[in-house]
Design a protein around this ligand. Structure first.
Ligand code: BTN
Length: 240
């Protein structure tokens, strides 16, 4: 698979025309010897096997953004937090265009209730792959029972290069803020976009009702149930 290499801020971008999945390519790169994969970005125009959470398909139509960032997390912070770092990096781009995105736990970005972006985190050895898909020009008509939308639907005309630049710049800023100030530097911003309220959570087959409260400093979602507050790092949420 041939690719073009570009430098972008502190990242090295590998641009492919076609891949099975940018996350899979990221994992292959991590497994290679003689290479430091930290801060490599994999981008593809198209994916033949784009994947979402829970092994679902991520419909990958040309014209949309499919990227994976690789971060070395061996000495750093809770991997779950990266999901919110990526979400913030994306929501800042949308807010700069006067849109009001919301974050549905764990990592769906919604505009007017429609999913515009999905994030898939996968740990591979000491590295974390943060796969991001953004609907720029098109979106599948439906994604299971979810509404979907695209930037085009909101009259935002950004190129893939412009989005990748802003995304990378925002991620750099967010990571540096976190390194300096810890979670308190980002807590308000994350919880402001976070959708709270009554919900049912599917925790590996067991459904529990309660209230979504916040994201805490370890990246756990705090969920208030009749048995007390539980702190969750993965699961499926149904807002009531
Ligand atoms: C989800 O909402 O379920 C997560 C979707 C993540 C899709 C992106 S597209 C780039 C990267 N490569 C993949 O195969 N998946 C992620």
């Amino acid at each position: 698979m041939s690719y073009i290499v570009k430098n972008l801020l502190g990242f090295s971008v590998r641009e492919y025309e076609l891949l099975d999945s940018t996350n899979e390519e990221a994992k292959r790169i991590i497994s290679e010897k003689n290479i430091n994969p930290d801060k490599i970005i994999i981008s593809a125009d198209n994916q033949t096997n784009g994947r979402g959470r829970h092994g679902r398909e991520w419909v990958s139509e040309k014209g949309n953004l499919f990227v994976s960032y690789i971060f070395n997390i061996s000495k750093e912070f809770s991997p779950e937090l990266y999901s919110y770092f990526c979400a913030l990096a994306i929501t800042r781009i949308l807010q700069a265009h006067s849109l009001m995105p919301k974050l549905k736990w764990p990592n769906d970005i919604l505009l007017n209730g429609g999913k515009i972006c999905g994030i898939l985190l996968e740990k591979h050895g000491d590295f974390l792959v943060c796969g991001i898909g953004i609907n720029i020009n098109s979106c599948p008509d439906f994604l299971l029972d979810k509404k979907t939308t695209s930037l085009k639907d909101h009259n935002i005309n950004l190129t893939k290069d412009e989005i990748l630049f802003s995304l990378s710049k925002n991620l750099e800023e967010i990571l540096s803020n976190y390194t300096k100030n810890g979670f308190s530097g980002l807590e308000k911003e994350i919880n402001d976009i976070f959708l709270k309220g009554s919900a049912e959570i599917d925790l590996v087959g067991a459904k529990t009702k309660g209230e979504i409260i916040c994201i805490d400093e370890n990246g756990k979602m705090n969920f208030s149930t009749e048995q007390g507050i539980i702190r969750i790092s993965s699961g499926e949420v149904f807002l009531l």
